[in-house]
Design a protein around this ligand. Structure first.
Ligand code: FES
Length: 340
């Protein structure tokens, strides 16, 4: 068994154990503490902590979320920091970061793959021990050849057979997706670490639901829709599902959503493409524009009355955030994890 280091939070004296192969942020979350985080992959900066004493090793010293000023002040990214000794850190914990389900690391076997679109593929993994999660959450996948874990959202729900389904978009020349798409096959084993993410389905909310997705943002939004349909607390809610692509061959999701109860009656699918001319082989007679424009057109003034979930590429999520703010949607009704 690997010996753990003791991490102490300076102002409160709270302590937790962290193995040399774990990160300070994730070990804190496993211990039930509300350590701030969002992406878990060094991109957002939410997990910055100040190292007051001790030594850490960074998984990614050049992570874009860390500035030279941060480095000069001994600030580190908790999600990239492995301890090399006992450490004392300064950080402000937040109750809303406390995981409803404590994350854990488990081995998982790839059981099947199939293509969802020309560049999105579904990977199904069976973990060796149960890995619970909430609709909309994500896990970190790590496997041989990766230079660090990658964050991907589950598209199914934990009500299924215990397997975790990921719909992953191929990134041109991306190390992670090249390995997943071209080298990994059924029977191969990966490590899953999760669940993470705060953009999970709020079953306690009385509001109808809007899901907005682009690219592999499809996965967490499908999980939200599936979770809402399956939970008695939300099954009767209306749900508007917007999916944006560049052209007709990017559009997916309708077949999967149409399997859910209430499709067409209280569950509505709104596909939209921004550049239909990109694919001259497939004609498009549906809505044209950006997905945030479609949301505005369909939802109008009622947007602020909804619980809103979204996921997708940065340009899309920035436009959606702007739209929600223009429409006066209260922040507590907006659910989004920045890790794409
Ligand atoms: Fe660490 Fe985003 S940079 S959680």
């Amino acid at each position: 068994m690997v010996a753990c280091f003791k991490i102490t939070i300076a102002d409160t004296g709270q302590q937790f154990d962290c193995g040399p192969d774990d990160t300070v942020s994730r070990a804190a979350l496993r211990a039930g503490l509300g350590m701030p985080y969002e992406c878990n992959v060094g991109a957002c900066g939410s997990c910055k902590i100040e190292l007051l004493d001790g030594e850490i090793v960074s998984n990614w010293p050049e992570a874009p979320a860390l500035t030279d000023r941060d480095r000069a002040r001994r600030r580190v990214l908790g999600c990239q920091s492995r301890p090399a000794s006992d450490c004392t850190i300064k950080v402000r914990l937040g109750n809303h970061y406390v995981s409803r389900i404590r994350p854990q690391r488990v081995a998982a076997v790839l059981t099947s793959v199939h293509d969802v679109t020309h560049d999105i593929r579904e990977f199904r993994f069976q973990p060796e021990s149960p890995l619970a999660f909430l609709p909309g959450q994500y896990a970190l996948i790590n496997c041989a050849g990766f230079n660090g874990p990658r964050a991907y959202s589950m598209s199914n729900t934990a009500r299924d057979d215990g397997s975790l389904h990921f719909q992953i978009k191929r990134v041109h020349n991306g190390v992670g997706t090249t390995i997943l798409f071209d080298r990994l096959g059924p029977g191969d084993t990966v490590t899953l670490d999760g669940p993470y993410g705060l953009a999970y389905l709020r079953t306690e909310s009385p509001r109808d639901i809007v899901c907005i997705a682009g690219g592999s943002g499809l996965a967490p939004m499908l999980s939200i829709a599936r979770g809402a349909a399956a939970d008695p607390a939300t099954a009767a809610r209306k749900l508007h599902f917007f999916y944006g692509g560049r052209c007709a061959t990017d559009i997916c999701g309708e077949e999967l959503l149409s399997a859910l109860p209430g499709f067409g009656a209280r569950l509505f699918f709104h596909p939209v493409v921004s550049m239909p001319e990109l694919d001259s082989n497939v004609s498009w007679s549906g809505r044209v524009g950006f997905v945030h424009q479609a949301v505005q057109e369909v939802m109008g003034q009622s947007l602020a009355d909804h619980e809103i979930y979204f996921a997708g590429p940065p340009a899309m999520t920035q436009a959606v955030q702007q739209l929600l703010s223009q429409n006066g949607v209260p922040r507590e009704q907006v659910h989004y994890d920045a890790f794409y």
